[in-house]
Design a protein. Structure first.
Length: 384
């Protein structure tokens, strides 16, 4: 039989301007990306600290391929776990101030694996409405009762968590990926204590960016392993490499080794990626100037955007979304900006709620002030 109903569905997606189109880039160097033969300034990447192209990170990667080759050859539990992976786990444990760390091949897999290893039928999971898809999917996969609370709404969470049964887990993004605001983590930790629940934070966009040494949202708030027992971070964003990790107690990590199916049944990240990440971790922790520069650029943009009367969302991080609303308009503006030399994706449903399409503008420590000013000029000239 044919795929005619699928073709119909695709047509519907197109008609609502929800169709996704991949941009093929032929070049990716710091904040410049080449699309359709044209070099543009990239304001869509999550390479916040500009480490993805750092010469030392690249050098570590290349050197490690001499020793290990490219592919890791198998899962961690078979023969894919190298000295480099092991050293990276120990260094991340030290960096996060947690007992132990476990690497995962991607952040998506980490979230799916952790939640489904810790919960099952009879338990309950409480998730912020704006949580990343991988956290929501992990909660659904676990078989626990799945409850979403209104964004950063402690009153709503407290009301929902009251009649709990089994083990409860509160799950949140640290920095909300499409909004740029922070979770109210100290308050969530308090709700957890009051209700004998666990807290899990996905700090994909906080690590490297928040906290004096880049320790992310938990460093920003000064929260311990006891207050936030399950800490997850990704390596593909501020670290500039690839993969993810979970940090926590010995018992937590050993449980994940034994039970997290997305850890057990997948190929380990290449050892050369682990080596590159060890170098990027050193840079991330030591180079405070990257965070300072990122903050300066972000503030410069936010101030300029306000002066222009742009509909900027409430965020103090390097994620500075402009709320557009309509799907068609968001795509049109994104295209107009591309024509002017700026790559900014139009983010639409289901990544964000319906009617809340936006331009998700992100900054990197490698942007220059003049890039920010040029972007503000371009935003002023396209009809917003
Ligand atoms: C990017 C992201 C993930 C997924 O991480 P990958 O390593 O890209 O799979 C998970 N959670 C959040 C909040 C993210 O932004």
């Amino acid at each position: 039989m044919g795929f005619s109903h699928l073709a119909g569905e695709l047509e519907q997606i197109k008609q609502q301007s929800l169709y996704r189109k991949r941009r093929v880039s032929s070049f990716f160097q710091d904040v410049k990306v080449e699309i359709d033969g044209k070099s543009v300034i990239n304001f869509s990447s999550n390479d916040y600290l500009g480490l993805a192209n750092h010469p030392d990170v690249i050098k570590s990667f290349k050197k490690a391929t001499d020793k290990y080759g490219v592919g890791s050859g198998s899962a961690h539990l078979i023969c894919g776990h190298s000295e480099s992976h092991h050293a990276l786990e120990q260094e991340l444990a030290e960096f996060t101030g947690r007992d132990r760390v476990l690497l995962f091949s991607t952040g998506y897999m980490a979230n799916m694996g952790v939640i489904s290893a810790l919960l099952s039928r009879g338990d309950q999971v409480f998730e912020d409405r704006l949580n990343h898809a991988s956290l929501l999917d992990g909660g659904l996969l676990s078989g626990a009762r799945f409850k979403r609370y209104r964004h950063n709404d402690l009153t709503d969470l407290r009301a929902k968590i009251r009649n709990k049964e089994g083990q409860s887990l509160i799950v949140t993004d640290g920095v909300f990926s499409m909004d740029g605001d922070l979770a109210l983590l100290p308050e969530l930790a308090k709700v957890a204590v009051d209700n004998n629940a666990w807290v899990m934070v996905d700090d994909a966009h906080g690590f490297g960016v928040l906290g004096k040494t880049g320790g992310g949202v938990v460093e920003h708030y000064g929260l311990t392993q006891q207050q936030v027992p399950i800490l997850m971070g990704t390596l593909g964003k501020a670290f500039g490499t690839f993969g993810a990790f979970v940090a926590g107690s010995e018992v937590l990590i050993e449980t994940l080794v034994q039970k997290a199916r997305t850890y057990i049944f997948t190929t380990a990240m290449p050892a050369a990626i682990a080596e590159a990440t060890r170098t990027s971790l050193k840079l991330l922790a030591a180079d405070e100037w990257r965070r300072e520069k990122l903050n300066l650029l972000t503030q410069r943009f936010s101030l300029g955007a306000k002066q222009l009367g742009l509909n900027l969302m409430q965020s103090n991080t390097a994620i500075q979304p402009l709320l557009i609303g309509d799907n068609f308009r968001a795509v049109d503006i994104s295209e107009a900006l591309l024509a002017k030399g700026f790559f900014i994706n139009a983010i639409r449903f289901p990544t964000v709620p319906k009617g809340e399409s936006r331009l998700r503008i992100t900054f990197s420590a490698n942007h220059q002030e003049q890039h920010v000013d040029q972007l503000l000029d371009a935003l002023d000239s396209v009809s917003l």
